[in-house]
Design a protein around this ligand. Sequence first.
Ligand SMILES: Cc1ncc(COP(=O)(O)O)c(C=O)c1O
Length: 449
Amino acid sequence: MHQQDTSTEILTQAILRYAVERIRMDPPTLDGPKPEATLRAMVGKTINQEGLGGLEALRIFTDVLAPACISVDHPRFLSFVPAAPTEAATLFDLVVGASSICGTSWLEAAGAVFAENEALRWLADLAGFPSTAGGVFVSGGTAGNLSALVSARGRWRARQTDTTTKGLIITSEGAHASVGQAAYVMDADILAVPCEGPMQGQDLERYVLGLPASDRQRIFAVVATSGTTNLGFIDDLSGIADTCQSLGFWFHVDGAYGAAGLAAPSIRTLFSGIERADSFIVDPHKWLFAPFDCCALIYRDPEHARAAHRQHGDYLEVLYDGIWNPSDYAHHLSRRARGLPFWFSLATHGTDAYTKAVEKTLELAQSAAKLIEAADHCQLLLPAHLSIVIFKRCGWQTADYKAWSDALLAAGTGFVMPTKFKKETVLRLCIVNPNTTERDIQIILDSLL
Ligand SMILES: Cc1ncc(COP(=O)(O)O)c(C=O)c1O
């Protein structure tokens, strides 16, 4: 299993050929899920005592399993938040896998951590964070929000005399589900400020001041969103920063999707106030063209994170000699150096290319809104926010949307799932792929006729 021999060489060539062909597909086939029973009937039992051999396992993946996975980088994958990794980033992901790097500590992975920190620095600079800021790449926004909130609670707890009080997180109604999930995992309480649109600083302040003093004292973090998942709203970060500053709350910004917009000068002012946050996240695997899984988590003062997250054990103390260990800044220890593909692509193309690519998707979202407005059978429900467009097909009910969406995917045309807006089933496009064109949007709209 661990030898380099002729069969390994043959397998190497076959795997590289597959990977290169897949990366070259432009666009890839969309593909889609199949029932488990179908997959079982197609592949039988894939793991047995003797092994199938690499070429047969690869054939099963190529012929059966890969086509049962939707290609997130397809230009008409417009559901949820898609991904559109650059060729350089995807290729370098192969290198990361081949290099057996344990990205836990500087001792084990100084070169990788150096490069990851360069990429984090670019993001910190975009946000206007101080030179002392720092962080780590984690698996996704869910892990990033959780780790930031654990750090926030650590700071709050350290200031409490009563260490049994349950902490409280304040967020907005538009916050991503992962914030509620973090509260659940941490056994913290969570309250959402009611708001129709983006959360405003004044609404937050009024809400918090309206809470009983005993609850106010339990607040250890406010989570704002810079780009809500459903609608692309950016909360009033400046006003929220004012409230957090005056009341002494940790201010976390969930920019998992939207903070990529920091790279776009045309909308940079929308993020005013993020520079005053205690922490923020942005997922390069969403709108910054990195492969899964990659979330940048950045702290204004990383010391708070280290106090909350560093693990201790006789076998670990050798790592802690004052240098930068990524494992100290989130809920993890062993980690893939998952920031490297993002770093490699940034180093290869330069940051201007990122600005251009994000701007292009923003322009397309505006064009998509215009195309929808011009289509008699559709109704635009909101102007495009960031790269999200919400609209409805006139006269349709929930079942119509589902049937259409299923058929669109089954035909390999596109992947557009319905969502809810004001309790009504509607459609939502989330554009993060610079290869998506007006023609792609028109194809989707025509299919709704
Ligand atoms: C605003 C926001 N926060 C958090 C998340 C969770 O990110 P992940 O799926 O990478 O865990 C998402 C995912 O879409 C998101 O849009």
